[in-house]
Structures are given as structure tokens and as C-alpha cells.
Design a protein around this ligand. Structure first.
Ligand SMILES: NC(=O)c1ccc[n+]([C@@H]2O[C@H](COP(=O)([O-])OP(=O)(O)OC[C@H]3O[C@@H](n4cnc5c(N)ncnc54)[C@H](O)[C@@H]3O)[C@@H](O)[C@H]2O)c1
Length: 267
């Protein structure tokens, strides 16, 4: 343990993961934060998933303080409940890491259904924004805080999944907006844009929807990445660790691709 987040209170929203053979972004980030000395509040809609992350976090650092909260972030009172729980448990809030993102049922714009659009925008954008809004007063009072939003390179390059792309483009815009409006209060706000990451969400769910083997899809995805392979959730977690740490003290308003060079093809 090197203590890059020593004592920092970090809230990871979407800290569970879909079951599957690889580790998800939220769980890997929670473990990485714990290894660096963070005190954690792990939040997820699925109780079993967040408890599994708690076990993995404790295995990663047996001295970590870790609390969990099972809540759906689309509920009206969820953002206030999350921030209140963090402050009641630890007395402050240093890092809000927004990992929740969904895309099931998405389609190209000419085939996209109203209810799918509404659900994806509600979870990925509206609820994320409401979580940021709920965290800002405490961070302003402290004169310090970090928010990291998990976007996607789909925000700049994906043409067959309209609602997901629109939601993540909104996350990028919100990130820059929050960064500028809160910079003088000592609050840094950044986004990570993962590319093709080998998680159950990225590979297994998509393979099931396409009716093909995970290995076939994994190979196809890897072939489109300039570096020749998919990333792992640890790549995303390590970027999140940097942005959350004091090493990134002068970094705000950044939308950081973690994508093996894929977005370098755009533009
Ligand atoms: N895997 C990839 O290839 C890839 C690429 C780009 C971006 N991303 C982004 O990474 C993030 C997620 O990665 P992951 O591997 O951790 O995914 P995951 O789906 O395994 O984990 C997300 C967690 O969020 C929880 N969640 C979903 N809806 C919720 C809600 N309404 N309230 C509370 N919790 C909720 C789920 O229960 C799950 O435990 C998403 O934002 C996704 O868009 C992934």
C-alpha cells in the first residue's frame, strides 16, 4: 500500500458489477482506492453485488474502513441519502466516483423506443447530475473535493447506440460545466472515457444480445483497438486513482480517454 488516497472519504456509486468472468470497472476502482488507503462508501442498486465488492475490498486492504448502501440512484431522494450517509459515517466527502451506466435495449436513432431513451438518459445522465449536485454543497463547505464521472468513448464515436451516446455526451458536457463553475471552490471534476474494456458489461452482455460467444466478440473488439487488445477494469481504476489523488491537483475539466488509442482515430 502506498497511501495515495490516505484517509480520503471516497463514495463509489455503482460499486457492484454484473456477474461474469472478469472484474467490472466499479469493483476494480473500489479495490484500487482501498489499496491506497481510502475510506469507502460503496453504493449500488443490487445488495449482493455491493456486498461482494465489500468482501473484495477488505481482501485488498484488511484495514480499510468500508460502508455499503443499497439504493437505486434514480429514486428522488437517492442522491441526498448517499451524501448524508457518507457524512454521517465519516464526517466529510472527498471523492465522488460516478460509475453507473446502462445501455440495454439501445438502438440507432431511427429505431430507438421512447421508454429506452427515457431509461438510459434517466440513469446515465439525470441521476448522475443529481448525485453531483447533492455532493457540491459539502465539497464547497470543505473548500475541496473531487468528482470523477465515468463516461465512454461512445460519447464521441458510436453511431448505433443513440441513447447511450447522447447520455455520455451529456456527461462530458456536465463534467466541463461543473469543473468551471466549481474550480474556485477547490473542487475538481473530470471524466474518464473508457474504450473497449473486457468487463461483463462490455463483453458478456453484448455477446448475449448478439447471440455469439464471448470469445468471438472479445476477439472482434480487440481487433478494432490500435493497441491490439481490449483494456481491463484495472486500466480504468488506475486512471480513476490518479484523478482522485493529489497528483492530479491541477487537473480539472478533462475528459480522459482510456481506450488503447481508439479515439485518436476521431477528428
Ligand atoms: N465495459 C466497457 O467496455 C465500457 C466502455 C465504456 C464505458 N463503460 C462504462 O463503465 C461503467 C460501468 O462499468 P462496470 O464494468 O462497472 O459495469 P457494471 O454494469 O458491471 O456495474 C455497474 C453497477 O452499477 C449498478 N447500477 C446500475 N443501475 C443502477 C442504479 N439505477 N442505481 C444504482 N446502481 C446501479 C449495477 O447494479 C452494477 O453493479 C458504465 O458507466 C459504463 O457506461 C464501460
Amino acid at each position: 500500500m502506498t497511501g495515495r488516497l490516505d484517509g480520503k472519504v471516497c463514495v463509489v456509486v455503482g460499486a457492484g458489477q454484473q456477474p461474469g468472468p472478469t472484474i467490472g470497472n466499479g469493483r476494480a476502482t473500489s479495490m484500487r482506492f482501498a489499496q491506497e488507503g481510502a475510506r469507502l462508501l460503496l453504493v449500488d442498486r443490487v445488495g449482493d453485488a455491493v456486498e461482494r465488492t465489500r468482501n473484495d475490498v477488505t481482501a485488498a486492504n484488511t484495514t480499510t474502513e468500508v460502508a455499503t448502501l443499497t439504493v437505486d440512484i434514480t429514486a428522488d431522494d437517492a442522491p441526498d441519502t448517499i451524501m448524508r450517509t457518507a457524512i454521517e459515517t465519516y464526517g466529510r466527502l472527498d471523492v465522488l466516483h460516478n460509475n453507473v451506466g446502462i445501455g440495454a435495449g439501445d438502438a440507432p436513432p431511427h429505431r430507438l423506443a421512447d421508454d429506452v431513451f427515457d431509461r438510459i438518459i434517466d440513469v446515465n445522465l439525470r441521476s448522475l447530475w443529481r448525485c453531483c449536485r447533492a455532493a457540491i454543497p459539502q465539497m464547497r463547505e470543505q473548500g475541496a473535493g473531487v468528482i470523477t464521472n465515468i463516461s465512454s468513448i461512445a460519447s464521441v464515436a458510436a453511431n448505433h447506440i443513440a441513447a447511450y451516446r447522447m447520455s455520455k455526451a451529456g456527461v462530458d458536457a456536465l463534467t466541463r460545466n461543473l469543473a468551471v463553475t466549481n474550480a474556485k471552490h477547490g473542487i475538481r471534476v473530470n471524466a474518464i472515457l473508457p474504450g473497449l474494456i473486457d468487463t461483463p458489461l462490455g463483453v458478456d452482455s453484448a455477446a448475449a444480445a448478439l447471440g455469439i460467444d464471448r470469445e468471438v466478440l472479445a476477439e472482434r473488439r480487440a481487433a478494432t483497438v490500435p493497441m491490439g487488445h481490449q483494456g481491463t477494469a484495472w486500466d480504468v481504476a488506475n486512471a480513476a486513482l490518479f484523478l482522485a489523488s493529489d497528483e492530479a491537483a491541477f487537473v480539472t475539466g478533462v475528459c480522459l480517454p482510456v481506450d488503447g488509442g481508439q479515439s485518436a482515430r476521431v477528428g
